[in-house]
Design a protein around this ligand. Sequence first.
Ligand code: FMN
Length: 198
Amino acid sequence: MKTLLRIDSSFNVEDSFSRNAADHYETLWRELHPASKVVYRDLEKFEMPHLTQSVFSAFNTTEVSDNGLHISNMLIDELESADTVLISSPVYNYATPSTLKAYIDHVVRINRTFGYDPENYTRKGLLSGKKAAVIVSRGGMPINGESPDGVERYLQGILNFIGIVEVDTFSIYGTTHEGSANRFRSTKEQITQCFNQN
Ligand SMILES: Cc1cc2nc3c(=O)[nH]c(=O)nc-3n(C[C@H](O)[C@H](O)[C@H](O)COP(=O)(O)O)c2cc1C
């Protein structure tokens, strides 16, 4: 049985472009994997704490006691059990929502999602064999054909760092401009094409 871990982060739960595109991705993924499971991590509903010094220190210990690691443990367990990870993110002030950044801070963790070899100063992602999709929606338009904020590249970089190298990215531009419905349709078509190719 395949598992999709879906992580949504827009604080708009009614008519969000990124959530709607993620719905489309999830529908197609379920069609492809009929006997499957979807684990849903909605960062608008879950109270995601900021990473603190004490929790970060606990990342580096081998003690069995909890040390405030329960949230990090739970989120990493979800990532480990997923075959596909779907992240949907709006752009807020040139970045991901702070809830998604806090999520990332809890799951990028030494000896759980990446390893470090002090002899060669090299790091290695530990979550291999998984796929991911990143959906980003923003009010603004591309500049010279490029994302003006780099959110797709950032999320792709984090996924690569923890070992998820196969990442499809989908961008929705100009959600606050005229013609947003057409642009949204074209992003949905790109998602559909991605499933048709696989
Ligand atoms: C607090 C806030 C900050 C925003 N900052 C940006 C920004 O830096 N760049 C941009 O292109 N759009 C920005 N927007 C517009 C959103 O990215 C846009 O409304 C997008 O569609 C939100 O995603 P959603 O529809 O999935 O909720 C901002 C919106 C809000 C509410």
